[in-house]
Design a protein around this ligand. Structure first.
Ligand code: NAG
Ligand code: NAG
Ligand code: NAG
Ligand code: NAG
Length: 217
């Protein structure tokens, strides 16, 4: 949606550029959604504010329109969070976090008098990139079938951490341990053959003694 709007604006700018018959580079202003919390909480409200990113030209705007999952907030049905959202001036308040209010939020507005050349300005409608908001949560590891990773001696073994828990705010601290050596966080010790990644473990120059069962913690 945003790309389309920007394309339309660019066309407008090219047209104006032609009219003035001079070459110049103009950077489009960009709208962003700022929020005062990084995730939704059941007990607290979150305030979303529409801002012009890097507002060097000191541009201003008047009315702001809000969208959730591409639908206008003013027409949002209750089961999509309509009852828990409140427009407050140009801000949007998410009164409480719930699975209805989780989603992608965008703001749109018309920016007036964007200077193009000395005596030319335009008005343009801009929409922000979506901001995804989720409720704070922590789940257990999901159940999964264990997998076998086969590796030749001297090669690199990569083991994914399966059944990763859903954690907001993330990312969770996850590492791997080997059965029989519980309490040794692989990749976080002085043994540099083990490298811990956000979603698994890598073993360089695999050795026969690396064989065994590994699990995520
Ligand atoms: C939300 O409020 C309830 C009671 O009002 C409390 O038990 C709970 O711990 C609170 N949760 C958070 C995440 O603050
Ligand atoms: C965010 O804004 C809402 C609404 O103004 C307010 O109730 C809430 O306390 C604010 N949260 C933080 C962390 O400042
Ligand atoms: C930007 O505009 C506001 C109001 O329109 C004004 O108060 C402020 O001084 C301006 N800032 C700069 C840097 O020109
Ligand atoms: C812009 O407008 C002023 C005053 O109307 C005029 O003197 C000037 O020549 C114009 N500049 C251009 C580039 O048209």
């Amino acid at each position: 949606m945003r790309t389309v709007k920007n394309a339309v604006t660019l066309l407008a700018i090219l047209y104006f550029a032609n009219a003035a018959s001079q070459v110049f580079i103009f950077e489009l202003p960009e709208m962003i959604v700022k929020m005062n919390t990084t995730y939704l909480s059941k007990n607290h409200s979150t305030r979303l504010r529409c801002q012009i990113f890097d507002n060097v030209a000191n541009l201003s705007f008047r009315e702001v329109y809000w969208f959730k999952d591409s639908l206008s907030v003013s027409e949002l049905p209750t089961k999509k969070g309509g009852a828990e959202l409140k427009v407050d001036g140009n801000d949007l308040l998410i009164l409480r976090g719930s699975h209805h209010t989780e989603g992608e939020y965008q703001c749109a507005t018309i920016i007036e008098d964007i200077p193009l050349t000395e005596n030319t300005t335009i008005n343009t409608r801009l929409i922000s990139a979506p901001v995804r908001l989720r409720k704070a949560r922590i789940t257990r590891f999901e159940t999964f079938r264990s997998q076998t990773v086969r590796v030749r001696q001297g090669q690199v073994a990569r083991m994914p951490c399966l059944g990763m828990p859903d954690v907001v705010p993330g990312p969770p601290d996850v590492w791997m341990e080997k059965e029989g050596h519980e309490g040794v966080p692989l990749g976080m010790t002085s043994n540099l053959r083990f490298v811990s990644t956000p979603n698994g473990l890598q073993i360089a120059i695999a050795q026969p003694q690396d064989a065994g069962k590994y699990f995520c913690v």
